[in-house]
Design a protein around this ligand. Structure first.
Ligand SMILES: [Mg+2]
Length: 134
C-alpha cells in the first residue's frame, strides 16, 4: 500500500489562507495525513514563497478572499510566472460563480469550506497522482 500514498520527498503543499482559524485547522488536517504543509496568509506571501521555493511547492490550496492579493490575482500571477503545479480554490460561498472565476484565473479544482480531512486528502491524492504521470 505504501506506493498508493502521495510522495513528497522535499516537496510540500502550500496553503494560502488569511483566516487564522481556518489556516490552523487545514494545515493541521494536512499534517495529520503526513502531508508536509507550508501556510502563508495572503497572495503576496504565496507569490514570494513560490518565487523562493520554486521546486518544492507541489500543489497549492488557495483561499479566494484575502487581503493585499486575493486568490484570483495570486493565481493569475503564479501562472504568468510559469508555475504549473495544481492550484485548488477554496471557497465558503456555495451559491456563487467562484468555481467559474477560479477556473478562469487558472485554478485546476475547487473545494468547499469548511473542508473535511477526507476531502483534503482525496484532493491531494487526485492531483499528486496526475503530477506523477506527467
Ligand atoms: Mg479569506
Amino acid at each position: 500500500m505504501e506506493e498508493e500514498k502521495p510522495e513528497f520527498s522535499n516537496g510540500r503543499v502550500l496553503l494560502v489562507e488569511d483566516d487564522f482559524v481556518n489556516g490552523k485547522i487545514i494545515s493541521r488536517l494536512l499534517e495529520m495525513d503526513n502531508i508536509p504543509t507550508h501556510w502563508v496568509k495572503n497572495g503576496r506571501e504565496a507569490l514570494d514563497f513560490c518565487q523562493e521555493n520554486k521546486e518544492c511547492v507541489l500543489m497549492v490550496f488557495m483561499d479566494l478572499q484575502m487581503p493585499i492579493i486575493d486568490g484570483y490575482q495570486a493565481t493569475v500571477a503564479l501562472r504568468k510566472n510559469g508555475f504549473n503545479r495544481p492550484i485548488i480554490a477554496m471557497t465558503a460561498n456555495a451559491f456563487s460563480d467562484d468555481h467559474v472565476k477560479s477556473a478562469e484565473a487558472g485554478m485546476d479544482d475547487f473545494i468547499m469550506k469548511p473542508v473535511s480531512k477526507m476531502e483534503l486528502f482525496m484532493m491531494v491524492e487526485k492531483w499528486m497522482k496526475r503530477e506523477r504521470k506527467k
